[in-house]
Design a protein around this ligand. Sequence first.
Ligand SMILES: [Zn+2]
Length: 451
Amino acid sequence: MTDTAERNPLDKRRPTQVVAPGIYQLGLQGNSFIVETEQGLLVVDTGPSPDLVPDALADLRQHTDAPIRWIVYSHGHMGYNYGVPGFLADAERRGDPRPTIIAHENVVRRYRRYAETGGLQAHLNSMQFRRAKAAFPAVPPQTFPDQTYAESLTLGTTGRVVQLLWAPSETDDVTAVWLPQERILYGSAAVIESIPNIGTPLRTLRDPVRWADTLDRFAALDPAVVVPEWGKPRREKVGEMLTETARALRWLRAEVVARLNKGMAVGEILHDLDYPAELFDEPWMAETYGHRDFVVRDIVRAETGWWDFNPTNLHPSHPDVAAAAVAGAIADQAAVLAPRAARRGGGAAGAARDRPARAGARGRAGDRRGPRAEGGVVRAAREAGVELRVAEPVPGLVHGWSRRRECFGSLWRPKTLTNVAPSTGAVATRPPASPPATGVPRVVDPAARGL
Ligand SMILES: [Zn+2]
């Protein structure tokens, strides 16, 4: 489907929207938020690429010709501010003073961490955004802020008052913008009109209580309008959306902790929770970006260690060894595996047959295959006489930039499940020739007994 290309914010800018006189949202990565003041424009977020900046500024200049006084980072996820050089170049070209770049002080620490882990971030981004890893530079172009703050910062000495508020939520470096005279709140990464994306499979811990505290602080401001990170300004049920989202997060925390106290493991907790409709069946809790199960996982992750209570995983075998052992341990292969001849006819099954050789060769949007199987696993399986193929996407779930995008961007399972090697995702199918006698498990490698 074309949904990925059409909605991927890396590809396309959305038109400028007027929130109120002198207040705009500029469709870049999320809602870039623009406020006119007597000192010039405040711009929150400059977008995912300098390439989008000329068009965005031309659109903005239809509404105001004021110089840009401040550029503020909504948070430290870098794609929101890759457009900074474009904005600085535009100011220079116009003969305006260089805008001052402001961020919460934790952005600096985050930027340093991203520079240190550039290769990892590129790998994770390639899965989340369904682009080749090369599309995400291992050394990210970063523009560090000129000025930071800790709790809040008031801009605008005369006329319109603009307050930057620390709003820890998705990250620990989020800046919200409060306009007290207009009672307009730019919720930044704390307000996403979806169940908060806590417990992402790819990212570091996010604290639901910290997020709930921020939403309750927002509600105490009694805003008339909230501009979310994405989508239209909310002008109705503003307080309800904020407080009820916070209440749902606190409910999750309390219920998960109660079960942890009983000694329940995460798998048991996931299937034991009974989510109250009055909290979870609301539009602002839609699972379009986050998922309630994943919130549960982060609460467990924050209170326990990494072990899943499975003794096999405490000191695991090398993935190559584990994969070969699983493949070799299929006793009744005739009952489990489809005959090879049936897969020679082409179509999806025939395509699957060819996948190992091409796995990972492409990564562009629209490519519906999963992440590449580990080369070592493929090699070990070949040596064991077992064919591996890369898992297919889960039927019925949409990947990439459509629904549940970050949540499911990295989840894959076999089209026809045969057996899955632990921690590899590789799938053992029928051996290419002469299957062994059924009913006798084959131990491929003596070391595999430690599986
Ligand atoms: Zn973010």
